[in-house]
Design a binder for this molecule. Structure first.
Ligand code: PHE
Length: 472
């Protein structure tokens, strides 16, 4: 079955193809929508410094570890763990579950982006003062955001059911560079607005007094989320990677691309935010409020730029959500022998229900909570604050303690052909430092966070998975 899996799914034709796919998975709503608002909610510069520390000391090493595990086994998440050690199947299963839950809210935001692309033309920018209120009204409406979410999800289904990423990859190749250019342009506009200086010092002058245990957990979770780590996505992508590819340099490239987009988004947004007097802690609406306001100041061309921006954001989101859906579909195909189309339809039908609940939790269902939070936050916090970090920790323990060091070295250095002087340092990080670091951050974060019952629920899910994993 594993053989057919490898044939049935695409293989990276070129280094560029792989890089685009991996970077496409990494760069998404996490960088442009989530990173700026988390920065705003966690106090600005200090959060960014901690985030960069998480990327450098944890994210980069885990990225390389996931690529190595994937390429070595040639299998997707669950299979890769299982092939090495059956007791570890649950760690792969946790990844699949994470992908599933992230898809319980990601398409909702993808739908917002799609909607804003159209709304840019239909008058959103005409009344700059009303943009903030408009967003609140839009996402809490009972029907309209659902329609956009369904359209967004349908595009995902279409792509994954076909099993080809051709179209989206082609679009990505044009729109991703365009996104970079647009951001550079946005940054210039933003920093030249009157009052922009306050925004720059907000993100570049860390205020350490606002840092708590939660800040670290938020930064760590965001690092995993943004880099698509801790859930087997990069294991799966690595499994299609050619034996000649240089893993450390690919890992570095993907991480650099991802981080640069996140930083550009922050540098574009915060100066404008202060210039327009928006609250830094405005939350999930930040990009949807501040960016249209910048464009609205520009008259006619602003409309065009706004359309391109939200189109690019939608494409960035699509290349990520497709990878999320693919992780779940690949599991059902590989391990349960399900046919691709069937797996895609069944999975996305359930995701659609979760997304409906998430979207409605912004309005009609706002009074309804589970573990003290609405559905949207439930899926978000559960994955980003627990599952991904624990998933990353499990991967580090697995690689450090359950895989053969010599074999790993052969894999990472392509049997000695690639020189990787930092191998020992990397191995030490993965084996000792990262598991302890994540455990400490998770512990302090969980004890500081308000949603304790949700955290306990999440941990219980992991224990239950570990107990029943033999069946998976
Ligand atoms: N990294 C993606 C983003 O930033 C989200 C994602 C998480 C995708 C986990 C795949 C796996 O939007």
């Amino acid at each position: 079955m594993q053989q057919t899996e490898k044939k049935a799914r695409e293989n990276w034709g070129s280094r560029f193809g792989f890089l685009m796919a991996a970077a496409g998975s990494a760069v998404g709503l996490g960088n442009i929508w989530r990173f700026p608002y988390l920065t705003g909610m966690n106090g600005g510069g200090a959060f960014i410094v901690i985030y960069l520390g998480c990327i450098l000391f944890v994210g980069l090493s885990i990225m390389l570890a996931e690529f190595a595990v994937g390429r070595k086994t040639g299998l997707a998440a669950v299979g890769a763990y299982k092939a090495q050690n059956r007791n570890w199947t649950f760690a792969g299963a946790l990844g699949v579950l994470s992908g599933f839950f992230i898809m319980g809210f990601y398409p909702v935001v993808g739908g917002w982006s799609l909607a804003y692309m159209v709304k840019s033309v239909t008058g959103l920018l005409a009344a700059p003062e009303a943009i903030g209120d408009y967003f609140g009204a839009f996402i809490s409406a009972p029907v309209e955001p659902l329609v956009w979410m369904v359209i967004y999800l349908a595009i995902n289904i279409f792509i994954v059911a076909k099993g080809v990423a051709g179209g989206i990859e082609a679009a990505g190749k044009i729109l991703m560079p365009m996104l970079y250019v647009l951001f550079i342009f946005l940054i210039f506009r933003s920093v030249s607005l009157p009052g922009a200086g306050a925004g720059l010092s907000y993100i570049f002058k860390p205020d350490w007094s606002v840092v708590t245990g939660q800040t670290f957990l938020a930064a760590l979770g965001q690092a995993f989320f943004s880099l698509s780590l801790g859930m087997g996505c990069m294991i799966t992508y690595g499994s299609y990677l050619n034996k000649k590819e240089n893993l450390p340099s690919n890992a570095l490239t993907v991480v650099t691309m991802d981080t640069s987009v996140a930083l550009m988004a922050a540098i574009a947004i915060f100066p404008a935010l202060f210039a327009f007097g928006v609250e830094p802690a405005a939350g999930p609406g930040l990009v949807f409020v501040v960016v249209p306001q910048i464009f609205a100041q520009m008259g006619g061309v602003g409309v065009l730029f706004s359309v391109i921006f939200f189109l690019a954001l939608t494409i960035a989101a699509l290349t990520s959500s497709v990878s999320l859906l693919e992780v779940v579909v690949a599991y059902l195909m590989d391990e349960k022998g399900m046919e691709r189309k069937k797996a895609t339809y069944i999975t996305s039908a359930i995701m659609c229900v979760m997304c409906i609940l998430s979207s409605l939790s912004m309005g009609a269902l706002s009074g309804f909570t589970i573990f003290g939070v609405g559905f949207f936050d439930f899926f978000d916090i559960l994955t980003d604050k627990i599952f991904l970090a624990i998933g990353g920790m499990l991967l580090a323990i697995f690689v450090g303690w359950f895989m053969n060091k010599e074999e790993l070295k052969q894999e990472v250095t392509n049997n000695g052909e690639v020189s990787f002087g930092l191998f020992e340092a990397w191995y030490f990080m993965v084996k000792y430092v990262i598991p302890v670091l994540i455990a400490v951050v998770a512990y302090t974060g969980i004890t500081a966070i308000a949603q304790k019952s949700l955290m306990i629920f999440g941990l219980l899910v992991i224990v239950v998975l570990a107990i029943f994993s033999k069946k998976l």
